[in-house]
Design a protein around this ligand. Structure first.
Ligand SMILES: [Zn+2]
Length: 234
């Protein structure tokens, strides 16, 4: 296990080194409709993007004001549930007169928070009630947010890989217990993170979303490719 960690750490350092030499734009292997250009260079984020949590993503929508986000095309290893064995203690949505913009995932103090997908760190500092918070911009059109951290492990402009440690659980900001406040945003708007992840199984849902610039979000379930292959063989 230790050898594996050392190996993967050195591989990471290697790949980070290589990435720095490469061109600054990156696209994903997702369908062309969801290819959002992300940048490796923090100079490509505007001052507002570096200083405001909730902000539209420039160039996200097509001419019809839509973007399609197909989670079923994201391979295993290219996503990670942000907290291993974390239990959701507070759901997204209305809390009396206030609304909760994410899901609260409880684990133990000092546990590690992992990047949900490959992406670039857009925001990394303290921000009002969020406490120490990280926002990642992903090339699939989503942004994910991780709040109340005791420590942030990455900086603005850093490229991160799915499953990479990005922060340590804490209770900074407006929090009464150690937990990770996890958000999924599209164009700056927060949606229920458990539309994307299943909190029971801690799996990414096999779903295709269409997000509209007016905030509407639709989705359909998709049979995963590996299951389709199995069915054909029968
Ligand atoms: Zn919360």
């Amino acid at each position: 296990m230790r050898i594996f960690r050392i190996l993967s750490a050195s591989l990471l350092i290697l790949s980070l080194g290589v990435n720095h030499l490469r061109a600054v734009t990156k696209t994903t292997r997702l369908s062309s409709a969801t290819q959002i250009r992300t940048t490796d260079n923090n100079n490509d984020f505007t001052e507002r993007e570096k200083n405001v949590v909730s902000i539209p993503t420039k160039g996200l929508f097509d001419g019809k004001g839509q973007v399609s986000i197909d989670l079923s095309k994201i391979h295993r290893g290219d996503w990670a549930y942000p907290m291993k064995n974390g239990k959701v203690i507070s759901q997204f949505g209305r809390r009396g007169r206030r609304s909760h913009s994410g899901a609260d995932i409880k684990t133990h103090a000092g546990d590690t928070i992992y990047a949900a997908f490959d992406g670039v760190v857009r925001f990394a500092k303290s921000y009002y009630g969020y406490g120490r918070v990280i926002v990642l911009r992903h090339s699939n059109g989503l942004e994910t947010l991780y709040g109340h951290n005791s420590r942030n492990l990455v900086h603005i402009g850093d490229k991160v890989h799915a499953g990479q440690p990005i922060a340590i659980v804490g209770r900074t900001g407006r929090a009464t217990t150690e937990h990770c406040h996890f958000e999924v945003r599209i164009n700056g708007r927060a949606y229920n993170p458990m539309l994307f992840f299943d909190s029971e199984t801690q799996q990414l849902r096999s779903r295709r979303f269409v997000a509209y610039s007016n905030g509407r979000l639709t989705h359909e379930n998709v049979v995963p490719e590996n299951q389709m292959a199995e069915n054909k063989e029968k």
